[in-house]
Ligand binder design. Sequence first.
Ligand code: ADP
Length: 496
Amino acid sequence: MTELERKQDRAPVPADWTYAPAPEARDIVTIEERYGHYVGGEWLEPTETYTTLSPATEEPLAEVGQATPAEVGAAVAAARDAYENGWSSLPGSERAKYLFRIARVLQERSREFAVLESLNGGKPIKESRDVDVPLAAAHFFYYAGWADKLDYAFPGRLPRPLGVAGQVIPWNFPLLMAAWKLAPALATGNTVVLKPAETTPLTALLLAEVIREADLPPGVVNILTGAGETGANVVTHEAVDKVAFTGSTEVGKVIQRAVAGTGKHVTLELGGKAANIVFEDAALDQAVEGIVNGIYFNQGHVCCAGSRLFVQESVFEPLLERLKDRLGTLRVGDPLDKNTDIGAINSKQQLRKIEELVESGVEEGAEIYQPACDLPDRGYWFRPTLFTGVGQSHRIAREEIFGPVLSVLTFRTPEEALEKANNTPYGLSAGVWTEKGSRILWMTSRLRAGVIWANTYNRFDPSSPFGGYKESGFGREGGLHGLEPYLEFEEDGRAG
Ligand code: ADP
């Protein structure tokens, strides 16, 4: 026996690699029994309420308001008042101070936000802690920096705010989407009525507390909770000048129809069915990590998720083998456990939708693969799933599943990859994996997608614009581009 073998023999190697539970303490968060609407800097007692749940356990967390048309009217009136009586004429350097303050308080209370986000939305704590909350704070910091530099951002164009912004956001990144909406609107001198999604209202309500702590003048930000009908009442309200929506393409179309001809400014960030394309010369292990991050991050509840994987035929088999091995190591379970990779599906309704589409994949003849893993008894769960043998016409290759489900397809030439990748009504994002810089440039200049990652996936930065083509919507959020939808310009002859 060699020295090395003797050492290995004695090494305290565990029999298996099961992780010990590592739950994050939830008592850092105080959840009220009942929440009102945040209107004009005060908490308004709601006339109607509903119960918001933890999707991981189905336990009720709190009663929250279901805003009525009258409550929407009160919020819009408070926003209009704040716009006309101070906020829009405040120097940018003063508006910036409030945004910096919100960013700093968010950082100070980051653990509280992370735990609440995971409790109410089901996402793993390591994601809410390391991605959602830090990016939300970064977004406020970033736009705070622009608030007093708008004349430099748009030289000679004389930018002016639009007025009251009605903003409706989805449930996949509740706090982060609130930050994406609020920060540019406030930096440019608009006031806001924000409606979070019905299943995930709690971090937006905690953000209302932060906004109060930051001493933002009353009415500059108003937060109403409620379902789609409340959202519809916000975006169609006649005193709302600007509509900003993130959510499904279906609802985006409804909104666009509802506001057509009203003169409201609109931006829509909608669904996606992104192509993640792996060429034979790519670093395969790195690509496997990118594929996993692309589709299983946040349970696949990501509009820019890499849900269609295109693999060059010559590396299909080794890549698939590594991908299946990697799927077997993903830990599915308690969102508050720091070792969890895949948390709970956000709602029963979303779980049904994922199940229905996965069934269609099996029925249409694709081959399903799911690693063995135990799922908790209560709550909404779905195993990480991949399909091979997928045809371009299959529903799982065409429709947005918004769950942890990957469709794997193959190609032979770059031209074929491109044609298949662009064969979708969506155009939000894409990924390209190759060692050749020239191929990255060739592909990225031809892919019809708003955001394209090369040799990485799902990377975000507040300074980088995000948004889609075709049925993925229009308008950009983030970066200098993200200021423009909240401004009009005197040079256009529209302002004044
Ligand atoms: P998903 O399909 O991913 O649940 P939705 O597009 O239905 O996403 O929801 C995104 C947001 O849009 C939520 O806040 C929801 O309440 C809101 N919403 C739903 N229907 C409408 C509507 N007709 N008008 C405005 N907002 C709506």
